[in-house]
Design a binder for this molecule. Structure first.
Ligand code: GUN
Ligand code: FE
Length: 431
């Protein structure tokens, strides 16, 4: 379908085996049904198309599965180039040995263009229809990343990273430059794109001085910006934050005192593995989203986030790849890994924390993380029309399976080859 303004967009329907999770407890399944899109939103699910839709375009996907698009709630675009390498360290050593030297290269626009091209092409072909993305400290390269993402039709929030403390000499900013360049970048990017928008991105507390965070808090209020960062990921990191801000009740309270913890705009914090009860209460009080990144948490031996407790406490939880702590952009892998690590947590750490079920993990990947972008990640009427058409022909089963079982197999066995089509806000972006 050609891209056109929403108001002119045709009403159309996809026919296939529809599956989604309106809540975390179970899949809703509509085999052989029509999913109608009007003006970029889900109009409804029908077994027979009502007469008012006579004459609309209908695409019959045959036996395909149709599921909501997924949100990658935490991913580092400049780390894509070294994914699958350097999985032999804990967080703080890994940042110094692998991450900062790689991110420093993005001061070179030629390198940035080549590396971001790979990331953007692969993200377009992934399970994600939405993403919250970290760039580097470089404003120009971050704008380039935003322009490239805009061309894909994906919806993304992208952050120029802020770092003025405890960072290598060749990958650090002065406080004044960091704030001035961030404000200039926000102004340039706020209304430049249709699908891509800026998100404030203090890297994490140790790399941001108190004056930088004070300034970022002012920018948050001035422009009403969303915020993303890292929280309570690794024991050494948590101890470091405690030594930097000894009078804070918890790590999250440091962001909070600077107005960077959901006090004004939507906020998402990655990891939250070592959050205390006080931090959990603050996350809940401020409506801060948790981006659970199980694959990264295993690779960097960070730990296992007690996601069951977060769900029971009413926190908003989505899933992130955390490339390149994680090595895979696949939302299927994130769902499978979320279930797997929750099973280990239950067995090895706390047998009162029941393992996550597949619908719960799928819910986090779709509606849970999608909520950061609004009414996203479900096929309920009124939700934005983000959809994946999945073909499991490459993974044939010897006996017939219900749609839920076919989806379960794809979560564990599937890869990007099963993605036949992807729709974002009613626009087909490939297939
Ligand atoms: N904490 C601060 N920076 C990073 C990063 O790049 N990745 C992860 N996983 N944690 C961080
Ligand atoms: Fe991260």
């Amino acid at each position: 379908m050609a891209r056109m303004p929403n108001s002119l967009m045709k009403t159309f329907a996809l026919k296939g085996n529809l599956l989604y999770t309106p809540g975390p407890s179970c899949f809703e399944s509509f085999p052989g049904h029509y999913l109608v899109c009007e003006d970029g939103h889900v109009a409804g699910i029908f077994d027979i198309l009502p007469a008012r839709y006579d004459g609309i375009a209908v695409e019959d996907t045959g036996g395909a599965l149709i599921v909501p698009g997924m949100t990658d709630l935490h991913v580092h675009a400049p780390q894509y180039a070294f994914r699958g390498l350097g999985m032999d360290m804990e967080l703080l050593d890994w940042l110094r040995a692998y991450t900062f030297p790689e991110e420093a290269r993005y001061g070179d626009m030629n390198y940035a263009e080549r590396a971001y091209r790979q990331f953007v092409d692969d993200l377009k072909r992934s399970t994600a229809t939405r993403a919250c993305i970290f760039g580097t400290i470089h404003a120009e390269a971050t704008l380039l990343l935003m322009r490239m993402l805009e061309e894909t039709g994906l919806v993304a929030m992208v952050g120029k990273v802020n770092m003025d403390a405890n960072s290598p000499d060749d990958y650090v900013e002065t406080t004044a430059d960091s704030l001035a360049e961030t404000e200039a970048w926000v102004r340039r990017s706020l209304s430049a794109f249709r699908n891509v928008s800026p998100i404030l991105t203090p890297r994490f507390v140790p790399s941001c001085s108190a004056s930088l965070m004070t300034g970022l808090g002012s920018l948050q209020r001035k422009y009403g910006l969303p915020v993303q960062s890292h929280l309570s990921e690794n024991p050494g990191e948590v101890a470091w934050v405690r030594s930097l801000f000894p009078d804070s009740t918890c790590y999250g309270a440091v962001y909070d005192r600077f107005g960077l913890f959901g006090n004004g705009g939507p906020t998402v914090m990655a990891h939250c593995i070592y959050s205390t009860d006080a931090e959990m209460a603050l996350l809940r009080e401020r409506g801060v989203f948790v981006a659970h990144c199980p694959q990264s948490n295993v690779n960097l031996s960070s730990g296992i986030a007690p996601v069951r407790k977060y769900l029971e406490n009413g926190l908003s939880v989505g899933l992130g790849s955390d490339i390149a702590g994680g090595y895979s952009l696949s939302g299927f892998r994130a769902v499978a890994d979320a279930v797997s690590v929750s099973r280990l947590y239950w067995r090895l750490v706390d047998d009162s924390c029941k393992p996550l079920t597949l619908p719960e993990a799928f819910y986090m990947a779709t509606k849970g993380g999608g909520a950061f972008f609004g009414r996203v990640g479900s096929f309920e009427a009124g939700y934005e029309f983000d959809a994946l058409v999945l073909d499991d022909a490459l993974w044939p089963s010897l006996r017939p399976l219900a749609p839920e079982k076919r989806l379960e197999r794809l979560v564990y066995l599937g890869d990007e080859r099963c993605l036949r089509q992807k729709y974002v806000q009613g626009r087909k972006i490939f297939g």
